[in-house]
Design a protein around this ligand. Sequence first.
Ligand code: ADP
Ligand code: MG
Length: 243
Amino acid sequence: MGMEMDIIKLKHITKQYDDGFVALKDINLTIESGKFYSLLGPSGSGKSTILRIIAGFTQPTDGKVYFDGKDITNLDAAKRHINTVFQNYALFPHLNVFENVAFGLKIKKKPMNEIKPAVKDALHMVRLDGYANREISELSGGQQQRVAIARAIVNEPKVLLLDESLSALDKRLRKDMQFELRAIQKKLGITFIFVTHDQEEALSMSDEIFVLNDGEIQQSGSPVAIYDEPVNDFVARFIGDSN
Ligand code: ADP
Ligand code: MG
């Protein structure tokens, strides 16, 4: 069996919202399995729209989405092996850590003898061993972020999408979580696609970066290539702002 290296491909993706606004213009990108990617660009450049199209929360106006070589453009979000972590985590404050992480598995009616070890493994992965019975309100911001990540990895997705997941954290914690996220990604060996408007964050964390502006990819490549050889004035200025 050949292993597919390219896990996600977007081909000629266009997105026009109902009000007529064209948020994405002919986006083409390839995501290889097991790497850490960033979508980097200013507010309004189309980053979240790309993530929502990959997740299946919104449909492109034109173009195709491929997963493992198969056209999934019209496939339900729930049937894609793709999970998303949002900026506000969207944890359930009235449920404890275990219930939050187990939530999706319970909805899928998995038996408890499968749910328990899966939750334990996920909590171990984010270094929250022993936190299963804690209330969400007792946890620090960083710990809540880690619960959100545990919940997103507990059903072993092939791809994890993270939309400005660290933006709400203070600077110090953000640094710690950057390191932590990278470590989790390496340990799991799955593909992460991380959305950020923070140049420094993308440069320090990613294997590959897509720089977006006005619904178009300006440049893609390694952090070093993008930093050293920006292809146009926009990228040069945008990356330069981090200095
Ligand atoms: P980013 O995540 O890079 O900030 P978004 O993908 O959220 O950008 O949005 C890209 C553009 O599309 C923005 O100009 C935004 O206002 C617009 N947009 C996003 N969602 C909608 C919507 N539901 N209807 C109309 N315009 C939208
Ligand atoms: Mg966004």
